[in-house]
Ligand binder design. Structure first.
Ligand SMILES: [Zn+2]
Length: 685
């Protein structure tokens, strides 16, 4: 869980750190699944003109018939597939829980972990006892130095207030892993929530303070409101010195490698020898500071805080880190703020789904190993590898045909494309979790034990060559990623299912869905961030100056299209932030353009008949729109416009397709709200 939060990978969908998976939909039987059509025309709304709003045309019927379950903040293809995967995973963990395997085996760990999370009698009897000893230690600290001692203790327990340290590839020497330091310590995550002046941000700030106070009451503290406000004031100070998400998208701004003596000078308030000792690692030779303004201001920010405020701030981070694994009163208060207020959810997810999600995040590959044995057919891997090969060939053709790029840059782009590594399904080598102690009646401690294991395994990589076999997502994840440092695309088994991947459907449907996902991930290697990395995953300038300028100009014009996409249901001024979403938007445009070219190659010379009255080209676009169909709550939409580097689903369909000439011909569109005159359409890749 920790690792996936820290690594920098560009994905198809953002896996939110506050999202809790689950809903009340029952698992479909195998027979029912077989008859589900790849594209069901009942999902369309043919009263909408495809040239006005293709997202609604393709999905309107489904949207009307499919309300968002109370436990969810949005509901779409990703969620539904996740539900089906959950049902399969549930069977695995329940069987493991019954069989009680030998200590230290994946079966024992998965089974006992799940059991511990389902044992509400024990969990509720314990209340907040799992954190009480540590809490008392923190509360006993009086002086500034005593309080700071607690900071190091918390590090060793993987609670990380103030900032985070992790191990990651060196952006300028990607074959090596180095220590990295990043800004952090904000309960609300994104610094904008502390600094923005819109009504929603103000409301969230007020409710966050109330939430902290309520949690303090639950651990029987006094004077909770004032203490909560002081914590908020301290976090606000940290926020003001933090970089924005947009600033952090610039890989040059996040690369500042320094030595430990330099670090000690930059951030004297931290006793770095104690810090590394707490993490049980030697001081690294060098360390990358990903947020210089934050660390430059940190000493002043920390020193200017009263010891009791700093103490409460540390205590707060311990409580909020562990709340989801404590008794019901903590879980419910947690949900009240993060689920209801923040995301608009109506109801807490069923316990088995929450527990499953925690087990999956904590022992990802142990569960993944059992999952793929049962649910990942080898044919899926073969078919997928063939699709990837075709998409790569189409990408190479496109590069050759680009009218705006010089031969010099094209040759380098081809080299980078050819060097892209591919991983499908699951890792060749599994993580060995056997040393992690998992017991059937210690839920919170199990989470901490797994987290400590993951973290120390990661830190052990510092100063060593990067392990190329490593995966940054577990096999059961419904998602995919591109890693700029490894120059590789990765497709876990979880996403190789309908509606992304149909083993037996027509080419149009597969190229419109998983084909676009493949091309999307490859395009990340050539988006506004990815283009700064060379074929070996190192930050390097491989473009001619003119080509880089042309690229930036195109991206800027394209960005205006996104900025004009408004969401009046959120507020009068709400719109997509083109800088925040630029990488994903470029990947979507490349995704559709290149998958379409690959699709044409695949059906070249074949006589492909229409299905349900739709031509192959029409089915390609319908399949694409189906992937992004969703209903979303307004609170969640507002949150994502601020936090998510991906644009909302409707825009991913409508803005992107308006730039694709063949979309217009496929549906005979000559005007309409989406219509862009040919000279206004953007093509980058
Ligand atoms: Zn992406």
């Amino acid at each position: 869980m920790l690792k996936s939060k820290l690594i920098w990978v560009a994905t198809v969908v953002l896996v939110s750190v506050v999202a809790i998976i689950g809903c009340s939909q029952d698992k479909k039987s195998v027979d029912e699944q077989k008859v589900v059509k790849a594209i069901d025309i009942a999902n369309l709304d043919t009263t909408v003109s495809p040239g006005d709003n293709f997202f609604k045309y393709a999905n309107g019927g489904w949207m009307k018939a499919t309300p968002i379950p109370d436990e969810h903040s949005r509901w779409g293809s990703f969620n539904i597939l996740q539900e089906e995967t959950n049902a399969n995973l549930k069977e695995i963990v329940e069987n493991a829980a019954k069989e009680s395997g030998e200590k230290g085996t994946p079966k024992q760990q998965i089974g006992d972990f799940f059991k511990s999370g389902m044992d509400t009698v024990t969990i509720n009897k314990l209340g907040y006892q799992p954190i009480e000893a540590q809490m008392q230690q923190i509360l006993a600290a009086k002086t500034f130095d005593e309080v700071m001692e607690q900071f190091y203790v918390l590090q060793s327990e993987t609670t990380m207030p103030l900032f985070v340290m992790w191990a990651g590839q060196d952006d300028k020497n990607s074959s090596m892993v180095i220590a990295q330091l990043g800004q952090g310590g904000l309960g609300l995550g994104n610094r904008d929530y502390y600094t923005d002046t819109d009504d929603r941000s103000k409301e969230l700030r007020e409710k966050y303070v109330v939430h902290i106070a309520k949690m303090f009451e639950l651990v029987k503290q006094e004077d909770c409101n004032a203490r909560a406000q002081a914590i908020m004031d301290f976090e606000t100070k940290l926020a003001h010195s933090s970089m924005t998400i947009v600033e952090q998208r610039d890989p040059f701004k996040t690369y500042n490698k320094i030595t430990i003596p330099e670090l000690k000078k930059m951030v004297p308030v931290i006793d770095w020898d104690k810090f590394f000792a707490a993490l049980k690692i030697p001081a690294p030779a060098e360390i990358n500071i990903t947020s210089t303004p934050f660390f430059k201001a940190l000493s002043k920010n920390v020193k200017s805080a009263k010891p009791e405020v700093l103490r409460d701030y540390f205590l707060w981070h311990l409580i909020t880190d562990r709340a989801a694994y404590l008794s019901d009163d903590f879980v419910n208060q947690n949900f009240d703020f993060w689920g209801k207020t923040f995301q608009g959810k109506q109801k807490l997810d069923e316990r088995w789904k929450r527990t499953l999600n925690v087990v999956s995040g904590s022992l990802g590959e142990a569960l993944g190993q059992l999952y793929v044995e049962k649910y990942f057919p080898p044919e899926a891997k073969t078919r997928m590898e063939e699709l990837i090969k075709n998409v790569k060939l189409a990408f190479a053709d496109r590069i050759e045909q680009l009218d705006w790029m010089s031969e010099e840059t094209k040759a380098k782009a081809q080299e980078k494309l050819a060097a892209i590594g591919v991983k499908v399904g699951y890792p060749n080598k599994w993580i060995d979790y056997s040393s992690v102690n998992i017991e059937p009646d210690k839920y919170c401690q199990n989470v901490v034990n797994a987290s400590k294991f993951q973290y120390s395994e990661m830190l052990a990589e510092i100063g060593k060559p990067y392990d190329k076999e490593k995966w940054h997502m577990s096999p059961q994840t419904v998602n995919a990623y591109y890693s700029p440092n490894s120059n590789e695309i990765v497709f876990p088994a979880g996403i190789l299912q309908p509606p992304f991947f149909f083993k037996d459907a027509d080419d149009a449907v597969n190229y419109g869905a998983i084909g676009v996902v493949i091309a999307h991930e490859i395009t990340h290697g050539f988006d506004d961030q990815g283009r700064n990395f060379d074929k070996n995953g190192n930050l390097a300038e491989w473009w001619t100056k003119e080509d880089a300028e042309k690229f930036n100009k195109k991206a800027e014009t394209y960005g205006v299209q996104w900025a004009n996409y408004k969401y009046p249901e959120v507020s009068e001024t709400a719109h997509i932030d083109p800088e925040l979403t630029m990488g994903e938007n470029i990947a979507d445009l490349g995704g559709v353009t290149i998958a379409l070219a690959a699709f044409h190659k695949a059906i070249d010379g074949k006589d492909v008949a229409p299905i349900d009255g739709f031509t192959p080209a029409q089915r390609f676009f319908l399949s694409y729109a189906q992937v992004w169909r969703q209903n979303i709550r307004v609170e969640e939409l507002a949150r994502r416009l601020k936090d998510d580097v991906h644009s909302p689903g409707d825009a991913r369909v409508n803005v992107v397709l308006a730039n694709i000439p063949e979309f217009y011909t496929a549906f005979n569109i000559v005007d309409g709200k989406m219509f862009l005159a040919p000279e206004k359409r953007i093509a980058i890749w």
